[in-house]
Write a protein that binds this ligand. Structure first.
Ligand SMILES: N[C@@H](CCC(=O)N[C@@H](CS)C(=O)NCC(=O)O)C(=O)O
Length: 227
């Protein structure tokens, strides 16, 4: 069985990494069972075998793969089951979605929930989390998150490409869900699991689509623990 090192909070059942969620959706899409190992930011030694310091990391019969995009490609190229990309054009399309999500959605969501994240991370992770993120932003976590009620509209506007794509098809993958859906939905799982703040419009088309993604794979996303 595949093993996944999966970011957990103080509550070991709270699994909130936007990148690990992409991998969990991809594994479920392929129909692959997975054993998850809760991992905390300061558990550096626990994933040293992967030669880097971030999760997700999977182990599959001795093969170690880290980075959610590399894992998706590995699963597509080695595992049976429904395609994640739907061919080389779909792989290129998903690569763009991955780049857009990492450069627009992840930083945007971070400024809306980063102080809430501090409340859910493990006690032993809190000093590292605060120091590393404050160094990244050049401000305190409280300053970064302040004014989110006024700023959220600009973030929601930045999601216009997702809304327009979902006008033409039920999934970002088109007629069927693909890894493109896993990337964006996995990233929204980050906020869903850790914060009561509504980063997306709860009444809008993205929320309706996210609801459909949450119900896939035996309601995998729906069953996830939230704060
Ligand atoms: N490009 C990587 C990013 C992975 C990543 O940043 N993971 C975060 C958890 S959400 C992490 O492990 N951070 C470790 C740290 O901040 O020390 C991917 O797609 O998997």
């Amino acid at each position: 069985m595949i093993t996944l090192h999966d970011l957990a909070g103080a509550d070991p059942d709270l699994r909130f990494s936007p990148y690990c969620w992409r991998t969990k959706f991809a594994l479920a899409h392929k129909g692959l069972p997975v054993e998850t190992v809760p991992w905390r930011f300061t558990d550096v030694d626990a994933i040293a075998f992967s030669g880097q310091g971030r999760v997700p990391v999977i182990q599959d019969n001795g093969k170690v793969v880290s980075d959610s995009w590399a894992i998706a490609e590995y699963l597509e190229d080695t595992a049976n089951g429904p395609s994640l990309f739907g061919g080389s054009g779909g792989r290129a399309h998903a690569r763009f979605i991955n780049a857009w999500t990492d450069s627009v959605m992840v930083p945007g969501i971070a400024t809306l929930i980063v102080r809430d994240l501090l409340d859910v991370v493990a006690e032993k992770d809190k000093p590292y989390f605060r120091q590393s993120r404050e160094a990244r932003f050049g401000r305190t976590l409280e300053e970064v998150q302040a004014g989110r009620e006024q700023r959220v509209e600009a973030f929601r506007m930045a999601l216009t490409p997702v809304r327009l794509a979902l006008r033409a098809a039920p999934w970002l993958g088109g007629a069927e869900p693909s890894y493109a859906d896993h990337i964006v939905a996995g990233t929204l799982m980050w906020a869903r699991c850790t914060s009561a703040f509504p980063v997306i419009d709860p009444e809008g088309p993205i929320a309706a689509w996210l609801g459909r993604v949450l119900d896939l794979y035996g309601r995998l996303g729906r069953a996830a623990k939230t704060v």
